[in-house]
Design a protein around this ligand. Structure first.
Ligand SMILES: C[S@@+](CC[C@H](N)C(=O)[O-])C[C@H]1O[C@@H](n2cnc3c(N)ncnc32)[C@H](O)[C@@H]1O
Length: 236
């Protein structure tokens, strides 16, 4: 392993590493204490390039808190973020609920940022995997979160970079795999989507009303028994 700054260390990677080491964590401490945090404050925890993508790519703080609260029904509940980016949803969820959060993300660079955030903020119950979310078995989870992860295959405006091959076929394949996964999840699982996921929920899933629900957030469950008639959110 080359020393940082040695001639073997690519300059871009070194710059990125030092940015990750210098992360500011004030917003994370506020979240841990149950205090309000703006998106601007949270995004100061991110390196500049990840910060610049935030408005278009990462879940807003208010939405993340609401989604996490809906998905975590008991301490230790396991939540999967499908396409976790820099980990904003998982980190906020782990700091504001007693759930265990796992993010899976296809871009290694973003997984590196998310893991650095966890280390810098000493975030509990929060881990990240690098890979294709549609290859993963979702059955080990009590709750699933999706912030329209495949939109980048449809719209150039939703693209972060040129690191992956975009295509309508890939979009259709991923959406089909998600629909298949939802059709086969055990009863009692909860799903929250933000701006949807591009497909249709199977017939036995139903959406539930949520008081003070942020726009574009939808809450789903696949069982009558676990579906409260009306869910009341915290008044942040
Ligand atoms: C709109 S961003 C949402 C990020 C994060 N969930 C959040 O809310 O802050 C969608 C992310 O999904 C990732 N993604 C898209 N398709 C994926 C796949 N098949 N497997 C893993 N990650 C994927 C993209 O790389 C992108 O970072």
């Amino acid at each position: 392993m080359p020393e940082p700054g040695s001639r073997c260390e690519p300059a871009g990677l070194f710059r990125r590493r030092s940015q990750l080491q210098g992360m500011e964590t004030a917003a994370l401490d506020r979240l841990r204490r149950g205090l309000s945090v703006t998106d601007e404050a949270f995004d100061r925890c991110l390196p500049p390039r990840a910060r610049a993508l935030s408005a278009a790519q990462w879940t807003p703080v208010r939405v993340a808190r609401c989604a996490a609260e809906l998905l975590v029904t008991k301490p230790g509940a396991r939540v999967l973020d499908v396409g976790s980016g820099v980990g904003k949803f998982c980190v906020i969820g782990a700091l504001t609920t007693a759930g265990r959060f796992t993010g899976v993300e296809q871009r290694a660079r973003l997984v590196e940022v998310a893991r650095a955030l966890v280390r810098a903020g000493r975030i509990p119950r929060c881990t990240f995997k690098h890979g294709n979310a549609t290859d993963l078995d979702w059955n080990g989870y009590d709750g699933i979160y999706l912030y329209n992860p495949f939109a980048e295959h449809l719209f150039t405006s939703a693209r972060q970079d040129d690191s992956i091959r975009y295509g309508l076929d890939t979009y259709r394949l991923y959406v089909e795999r998600v629909e298949y996964a939802f059709a086969n999840l055990r009863p009692g699982v909860r799903v929250v989507t933000y701006h949807g996921f591009g497909g249709t929920m199977p017939d036995h899933w139903r959406t539930l009303p949520v008081a003070r629900r942020p726009d574009h957030l939808e809450f789903w469950t696949n069982t009558e028994a676990s579906a409260p008639a009306h869910v009341q959110m915290s008044p942040w």
